[in-house]
Design a protein around this ligand. Structure first.
Ligand SMILES: CC(C)(COP(=O)(O)OP(=O)(O)OC[C@H]1O[C@@H](n2cnc3c(N)ncnc32)[C@H](O)[C@@H]1OP(=O)(O)O)[C@@H](O)C(=O)NCCC(=O)NCCS
Length: 328
């Protein structure tokens, strides 16, 4: 039961200054710019400085989102940080962020659903507001994937980057806001994309370090096939739940993993490339941060107008997926 219509009332993003180009990667592993651009669409990505951790990136993005919502940190009731690269095991990155922001009245927790984490966070937050439990929730997707990327593995190191995106959710006018969420998981595919070292199954040890188990391991081809299948179907399911059709879409904001995956979703949804927000050429795949950074940039660029129908859709490790339909 929904007491109030809930929507996004402020957006913000932050990416670190340091740019890692394809040309630099050519010096690090056996690869080349042409291969990376044709197979992925990525030209460069951002890397956090040695002093920056996930909560620092999250802080910059969150301050912008809270200001854009016309609020102060003390107005925030709950902070959800979607991340697979927390500053540390615990306390949660959300608690670290709560302190940095001075959001004294906010509860705080992290959410782990890999690249789908931001959509999972939106679904959680929007339901907490719709039922009257909270008024303003800060949802952040923030990652420093460079810290878990093996820069000697050409299969993965070309893909990932660091960044953070944040939104504030609150009550909106009738007719606007979230119309549906579609969340899913298939744990049987967990081995396809993982960091298995440093947890309770394989605690950090010299052996786990030398086996590089603290880095991302990925079966790229299998993840690619899953992504192509799920992006279109999750978006279609969310549209159906919202009682809307592909023709209603003004802007698709997809997870930014690979331009070929995005293009296959566009084909399935009969959308032209202009109807998708694409920024992966600049940032690569920032996991949970990709969708909120793309959304914040779309807002900055004036690509989102009041009344527009947006479809957000992502997939990732877990395996997980998520899609949402909202009216801006
Ligand atoms: C990783 C990915 C770009 C690889 O593209 P692909 O077209 O599937 O390429 P393949 O894995 O089939 O590899 C083709 C060849 O290129 C090679 N290759 C892999 N990475 C390379 C690189 N960076 N530069 C040059 N060659 C590379 C492979 O070793 C393989 O060589 P081989 O045929 O001699 O064995 C693609 O599979 C992908 O994007 N997968 C999804 C990844 C993803 O989205 N992960 C995050 C999910 S949130």
């Amino acid at each position: 039961m929904s007491l109030y219509p809930v929507g996004i009332i402020g957006t913000g993003k932050y990416v670190p200054e340091r740019i890692l180009t394809n040309q630099e990667l050519e010096q690090m592993v056996e690869t080349n710019d042409e291969w990376i651009v044709t197979r992925t669409g990525i030209r460069e990505r951002r890397l956090a400085s040695a002093e920056e951790a996930t909560s620092d990136l999250a802080l910059h993005a969150s301050k912008k989102a809270i200001a854009a919502a016309g609020l102060t940190a003390e107005d925030i009731d709950l902070i959800i940080v979607a991340t697979i690269t927390p500053d540390m095991f615990f306390p949660s990155t959300a608690c670290l962020l709560q302190d940095k922001l001075g959001a004294k009245k906010a509860a705080a927790f992290d959410l782990s659903a890999a690249c789908s984490g931001f959509i999972y966070g939106l679904a959680t937050a929007s339901n907490m507001i719709a039922t009257g439990m909270y008024k303003h929730v800060l949802v952040v997707g923030a990652e420093t994937l460079s810290r878990i990327t093996d820069y000697t593995d050409r299969n993965t190191c070309i893909l990932f980057g660091d960044g953070a995106g944040a939104v504030v959710l609150g009550q909106v006018e009738e007719g606007r806001g979230f119309r549906s969420f579609e969340l899913g998981a298939d744990g049987s595919g967990g081995d396809l994309l993982k960091v298995c070292g440093g947890g309770s199954r394989v605690p950090a040890s010299e052996a786990s370090l030398s086996a590089k188990q603290h880095f991302i391991h990925m079966a790229g081809n299998d993840v690619f096939k899953f992504a192509v299948r799920i992006m279109g179907s999750a978006a279609e399911d969310a549209l159906q739940k919202a009682g809307m059709t592909k023709e209603d879409i003004n802007l698709l904001v997809p997870h930014q993993a690979n331009i070929r995956i995005i293009n296959s979703a566009l084909t399935r949804l009969d959308l032209s490339e202009e109807k998708a927000m694409i920024n992966l050429h600049k940032y690569g795949n920032m996991s949970a941060a990709s969708i909120p950074v793309a959304l914040a940039e779309a807002v900055e660029e004036g690509r989102v107008q009041q009344g527009d129908c947006l479809v957000l859709v992502g997939f990732g490790g877990g395996l997980t997926w998520g899609a949402s339909v909202l009216v801006w």
